[in-house]
Ligand binder design. Sequence first.
Ligand code: NDP
Ligand code: BG6
Length: 489
Amino acid sequence: MPKAPEADAIVLFGGAGDLALRMLFPSLYFLDADGFLPDGFRIIAAARSALTPDAFREEVREAVIARAQPTAVDPDAWARFSARIDYRAVDATDPESLKAIVEALGDARAPIFYLALSPSLYIGVGRALAACGLATPASRIVLEKPIGRDLASSQRINDALAEAFTEEQVFRIDHYLGKETVQNLIALRFANTLFEPLWNNLTIDHVQITVAETEGVGERWPYYDEYGALRDMVQNHVLQLLCLVAMEPPSDMDADSLRNEKVKVLRSLRRFSRHEAVAASVRGQYAAGVAQGQAAEAYETERGAASETETFVALRVDIDNWRWAGVPFFLRTGKRLPERRTQIAIQFKGVPHSIFGGAADGDLIANRLVIDLQPDEDIELILMNKAPGISQRGMRLQSLPLSLSLLKAYSGPNARRRIAYERLLLDVIVGNSALFVRRDEVEEAWRWVDGIAEAWGEAAMAPKPYPAGSWGPAGAFALIERAGRAWSD
Ligand code: NDP
Ligand code: BG6
């Protein structure tokens, strides 16, 4: 396949929104400051509000300053960056209105259209771009998650976009794939001989994936209430992490090689029946409590009405293939939990026979590989070793972590942890879709998630309340304890 041309402009629809100002503009600024943006690359923000380009640049400047803290924004880098920015007031779903974008793009030949917009607008924007001649073969379109609310709505969006853009032109973002440690997981598994022979049901007892947030839903409830934790987090971020842990080695780092392996995992996820949904899943919703030392409102208070939307999910997932048969994956994600933590824990089996006897036998614990993604990036392998010193009762054992702390790797004077969107935006500019989600991946994930949502419906499983600041409903502990394991908190 011929190499995609480097993009020469980006149009950020929804360019004055939360995502654009908090993440996308700071990411573009840092890319520019580090010399990654092509010469002449233009940035056009588009939203309906009437703003002058100067007023808009000022908003961006404030957002970049806030994000760069504690580092100051370099005046030369800012001057170069702000000269690239333009703002147009348009309705992105109206081809007539989009003429302002045609004009602003001028002679740009390979523009990126980034839809930082509500997914309900994706179909309309795709059609409007096609109608005004902007969906050229050299253009690219970037979609934020969630793509649809279920398989059917996701297919409608994908079908509509496919009328104007080929699959190679569509970049579906899951920002977890831009995170440094998520990519490091690929390196850890496939750039070391150490782990791969052990990465299967002969040696691994179970896997835990936790994506815990301390924040509540707050003002995002109009979106969140329609989706809930299953659709907002499990369908995308959590399943992407699961795929990277569980996939077979891809033949290379080519986009399709990687994504083919992820799709195979998604197809192997065991579907939930109504009975399994009750036994192997927990839905929760935070009630009032104390989060990070402060009184926190219940979700229903934030929302202003009763709601059946879950803010917490825990699942026991089985992957029906040769590698993972008999190895449960325990997933949990939620808002208003006691700490912010994204972690993958690979629990190995214990040694088949202990030679130590006596007290040392009790010391013996099975190896665990703990991959922390947030807030700190760290990889620890918990190993057993001899406790130092001598004792009349023979050898004692202790567990010690072998740590590969990325904090240290980022601790130089100019070190800065990159925003996940920096990597992803750069990949869209150069046309590399390896870290983006292919249509069949999104749809397989929805197919599985729809099954859970349907099973919940059939079993009339309402979310159980949990106090804000706790680790979810008691059922989440029972779920893993029934399988003879415990969360690695
Ligand atoms: P916001 O509501 O903050 O921003 C939406 C933007 O879209 C506003 O600038 C709005 O401005 C503009 N807009 C709305 N309708 C139109 C239209 N017809 N034509 C042009 N512009 C329009 O949303 P977010 O930034 O939070 O989210 C955007 C997308 O990103 C969503 O899909 C969300 O799910 C996703 N996302 C967001 C994350 C976040 O952290 N915020 C994280 C991950 C995904 P105006 O009213 O002036 O038109
Ligand atoms: C978004 C979800 O995709 O990811 C949010 O819509 C969630 O609900 C966020 O808070 C978490 O992202 P991160 O990078 O802060 O872990």
